[in-house]
Design a protein around this ligand. Structure first.
Ligand SMILES: NC(=O)c1ccc[n+]([C@@H]2O[C@H](COP(=O)([O-])OP(=O)(O)OC[C@H]3O[C@@H](n4cnc5c(N)ncnc54)[C@H](OP(=O)(O)O)[C@@H]3O)[C@@H](O)[C@H]2O)c1
Length: 316
């Protein structure tokens, strides 16, 4: 079947490690089901995989992709939840494309519990944006960040998939939202989504109770400075650098919580989809590419001039 996969590891030039071509369809183990993929979406995770982060060479070739929406084995429209229980992994789980073939293919196999009904009100391309970036932002805000107790939220690196999702969701929940971006054009676009746009490191008019961090080293000091007493700084990634100093006096004097967050549960994915339908919210889509343009889609993600999600339409 047609697939986009990592055929090598290249820390410096991830696109050189990407191949597109025919691979054998997965053989689903007992209790797994196969979904015909109609749409998928790219995540920074796919670039990390090509660079060898979380994907050792002995697992190659590996079909990439965490996110998919499609048709389940009983003909229902479904969304694939990418978190697979995995006792062999130190986290207790792995994401599709780390140990099991991912979603950038005609078909993907997952445990039956990883298939969630797609609401009719969401298109395949919209639904395919949700299982990684939007689910991560939803869990960061709700379960981890306790945003219901907050009045104001700061989102760092506003153009990204997780960040645009966090801005839209926090604004829909009635919070005052501040968002930083390095790019003036992205600051304009994030303001149109309901945030007050700020230059990186810029002073906010107030301290916030929740910070959504996916940038890491370049923004982490600012995140700590902007945090109100008792605030939650919720970290899901570190695109701009993996190591950042903690200002310990600030952490203990302001009683800050620095919390890690990864993906979310299938129940959280279902709740997120219900929220989108109920409030008529749709994911922020940067661009939709036919599957045959998957390499262009990866190049766009790598350049970083992205605002929202890059989607692959598997029907063309
Ligand atoms: N733990 C999890 O479950 C989980 C889930 C999803 C994502 N993640 C991680 O979260 C991160 C974001 O993912 P994504 O898919 O949203 O990525 P993305 O769409 O590629 O967005 C990354 C954003 O980070 C900002 N950025 C990148 N480099 C920067 C730098 N040097 N300085 C300042 N800002 C920088 C950019 O914002 P501006 O251009 O607007 O400044 C960019 O739009 C990735 O590292 C990913 O691996 C983790």
């Amino acid at each position: 079947m047609r697939a986009a996969y990592a055929s090598a590891i290249d820390a410096d030039d991830p696109l050189a490690a990407l191949s597109v071509g025919d691979l054998a369809a997965p053989e689903p183990p007992d209790g797994w089901v196969t979904v015909d993929v109609r749409a998928s979406s790219l995540n920074h995770h796919d670039l990390w995989s090509l660079r060898g982060v979380g994907l050792p060479a002995d697992r190659l070739p590996m079909i990439l992709g965490c996110d998919a929406a499609g048709i389940g084995p009983d003909g229902r429209e479904v969304v694939v939840h990418a978190v697979v229980e995995d006792p062999a992994d130190p986290r207790g789980f792995s994401l599709l494309s780390e140990r099991h073939p991912g979603t950038f293919a005609e078909r993907v196999s997952v445990p039956a519990a990883n298939v969630v009904a797609k609401p009719a009100g969401l298109s395949f391309t919209d639904a395919a944006c949700l299982p990684t970036a939007w689910l991560t932002a939803y869990r960061m805000l709700t379960t981890r960040g306790r945003v219901d107790e907050a009045e104001a939220v700061l989102v760092q690196g506003a153009g990204g998939g997780v960040a645009t999702a966090a801005v839209v969701l926090a604004a829909a929940m009635g919070k005052r939202v501040y968002a930083t971006s390095r790019d003036a054009g992205k600051r304009e676009r994030i303001a149109a989504l309901g945030a007050t746009a700020v230059e990186p490191g810029g002073r906010l008019p107030e301290r916030v109770q929740v910070v959504i961090e996916s940038v890491g080293a370049p923004t982490f000091e600012h995140s700590q400075k902007c945090a109100a007493p008792g605030a939650r700084i919720v970290v899901c990634g570190a695109t701009g650098g993996m190591v950042a100093p903690l200002n310990l006096p600030r952490v203990f004097m302001m009683q800050l919580d620095v919390l890690g967050s990864s993906m979310g549960t299938a129940a959280e994915l279902a709740a997120l989809m219900d929220l989108l339908v109920e409030r008529d919210i749709r994911p922020v889509v940067d661009s939709v590419h036919g599957f045959s343009q998957v390499r262009d889609a990866f190049a766009r993600l790598e350049r970083g001039d992205v605002f929202g999600k890059i989607v692959l339409d598997h029907t063309r």
